[in-house]
Design a protein around this ligand. Structure first.
Ligand code: PEP
Length: 248
């Protein structure tokens, strides 16, 4: 992932049925008419990956929202990185706060999953972010830095991946940090990434996520060190997602 080309990735979470694929067709038709200046990705539920890959064509990369660290075995209900790859995915979101909080995922587990994703040929998007309590206690930078250091396996050096800074309190709430706060944390994420993986990752994109909408996308994407966006709710409708893509 090159720093010069931003990545706008949509996270559909547990939303979307076959009928929703029309949104992807609308999106792809618009992008084919007017090619975007950025990379575009959509991460639907696993049930839609293969169908979405067939509809999306070249212009939109398709990813998973999580994977198991193991390659196979007796893990009912789980999905491996190889399975996502086999379905046509090229990337995978890992360590989203909804998984860290809802399923007790630790930095160590996220790191193991990122290693599994790399081994399967997927580009991980590793999520980090502080809670409101941590921000109010003045600990945002410290918390995020510690997550970066412990969630990124050394094997990521020189590989295709991204980090997404997603303040937990900004996800799905309509709240966003100030542009200054976003810049402060992104600079800290970059410093931690370099400390962990070396200068070679200076161009790896750091995405911002948390209530990105068409009307705030351009100003957020213009912040230094913001290399793209991870978008939840506003990625479900082609028109909204396009509005964000056009802001990149
Ligand atoms: C997300 O789920 O990663 C996210 C950023 O959600 P939203 O854009 O809806 O805040």
């Amino acid at each position: 992932m090159k720093q010069s080309v931003k990545l706008i990735a949509g996270n559909w979470k547990m939303n979307g049925l076959g009928a929703s694929l029309g949104e992807v067709e609308t999106l792809c038709a618009a992008l084919a008419d007017d090619r975007p200046a950025c990379r575009v990705a959509l991460c639907p539920p696993a049930t839609l990956i293969e169908r979405m890959v067939r509809r999306a064509g070249q212009g939109v990369e398709i990813g998973g929202q999580d994977c198991r660290a193991e390659t196979h075995g007796a893990f009912t209900g789980d999905i491996s990185a190889q399975m996502l790859k086999d379905a046509g995915a090229t990337l995978v979101i890992l360590g989203h706060s909804e998984r860290r909080q809802g399923y007790g995922e630790t930095d160590g587990l996220v790191s193991a999953k990122a290693g599994a994703a790399l081994a399967a040929g997927l580009a991980p998007i590793v999520c980090v972010g502080e809670t409101l309590q941590q921000r109010e206690a003045g600990r945002a930078v410290e918390v995020v830095r510690s997550q970066v250091m412990a969630s990124l396996p050394l094997a990521l050096a020189g590989r295709d991946f991204a980090v997404a800074y997603e303040p937990v309190w900004a996800i799905g709430t309509g709240l966003t940090p100030t542009l200054t706060q976003i810049e402060e944390v992104h600079r800290a994420v970059r410093a931690a990434m370099i400390e962990r993986l070396g200068l070679g990752i200076a161009a790896t994109p750091i995405l911002y996520g948390g209530s990105v909408k068409p009307d705030n996308a351009a100003e957020i994407l213009a912040v230094p060190e913001v290399g793209g966006a991870l978008v939840g709710g506003a990625s479900l409708k082609a028109g909204d997602f396009l509005g964000i893509i056009r802001g990149a």
